[in-house]
Design a protein around this ligand. Structure first.
Ligand SMILES: Nc1ncnc2c1ncn2[C@@H]1O[C@H](COP(=O)(O)OP(=O)(O)OP(=O)(O)O)[C@@H](O)[C@H]1O
Length: 265
């Protein structure tokens, strides 16, 4: 599989529930992601951000519309084991809920080493070295990786989840509320780290978050969602300084302050 060049989300919708009580979580969303783009997806709770992110990594299937990776339908890439593994090598996801995302019976090191071996093709020794280097870059002691997920704090587990995604060095990283559980000081260093990671390797980031200041700090493009739809999409500075939609204005008003433009808060 070629290196990530383009992901296209084309008129994608997702509904939940029985026919007579259909709830439309994502409604005809169109979005294009290319290398180096860092896209922040913001919006109120229930606006469809997580559902969109899950569809982009193939964890949920769209009810309508299509998603393609380098021109190939995601659905067909996911069908075959070989292309699914290659896709996972290129596209990684960090979920909001880290409690259920790690196997409680395995050490964190085991869980992070597996993708380093299986997806990045490293032997055990190289994979262990990669695990140590990655967790260290995220401000964690490698010794902590020998614990089980229940033996570290929620914030540490969140950083291990980021490490598990980064250990395969993906070229598209999709993050769903990855810093909300972290202390403010740790948030800042993780946001800096994610931004640097993307800039250095021309990787793309889709960063789903409630936190507008953090999102504006990391992302050069902001997508605002409401009721499953994208109501605004543009360069971060344009969206912050001259929002076109009333909803964006009210979202900005809630976060009004210099922090929105100067750095994570
Ligand atoms: N598996 C599901 N089954 C039924 N409804 C769902 C499911 N997943 C999401 N929804 C509904 O879809 C809508 C969008 O949810 P989603 O989690 O995508 O929003 P969100 O913007 O990420 O919210 P939050 O910021 O609170 O995580 C919500 O009304 C939610 O209740």
């Amino acid at each position: 599989m070629d290196r990530f060049a383009q992901m296209t989300v084309d008129g994608v919708s997702k509904s939940f529930g029985p026919q007579h009580r259909r709830h439309v979580a994502v409604d005809a969303v169109t979005l294009e992601v290319t290398p180096g783009s860092r896209i922040g997806v913001v919006g109120e709770s229930g606006s469809g951000k997580s559902t969109l992110a899950r569809m982009m990594v193939g964890l949920d299937a769209p009810s309508a519309g299509s998603i393609s990776f380098n021109g190939a339908p995601l659905r067909s890439l996911l069908k075959l084991r070989a292309s699914r593994l290659e896709l996972r090598r290129e596209v990684q996801f960090v979920a909001q809920d880290t409690t259920s995302s790690f196997d409680p019976l395995r050490t964190l090191r085991d869980s992070i080493r597996t993708p380093a071996q299986r997806l990045a093709g490293l032997d055990r020794r190289a994979a262990d070295a990669r695990v140590d280097a990655t967790v260290s870059m995220l401000g964690l002691s490698p010794a902590l990786a020998d614990r089980h997920p229940g033996e570290v704090s929620g914030g540490q587990r969140q950083r291990f989840a980021i490490a598990r995604a980064l250990v395969v060095e993906p070229n598209l990283l999709v993050c769903d509320e990855v810093v909300s559980a972290l202390d403010v000081s740790v948030q800042g260093s993780i946001l800096n780290f994610l931004k640097r990671y993307c800039v250095e390797r021309d990787a793309a980031l889709v960063f789903v978050s409630h936190g507008l200041p953090a999102t504006a700090f990391v992302c050069e493009r902001l997508v605002v969602m409401r009721g499953g739809q994208i109501v605004e999409d543009g360069p971060t500075s344009t969206v912050l300084n001259s929002p076109r939609h009333d909803y964006t204005r009210s979202l900005l008003a809630a976060f009004r302050g210099p922090a929105a433009q100067e750095g994570p808060a």
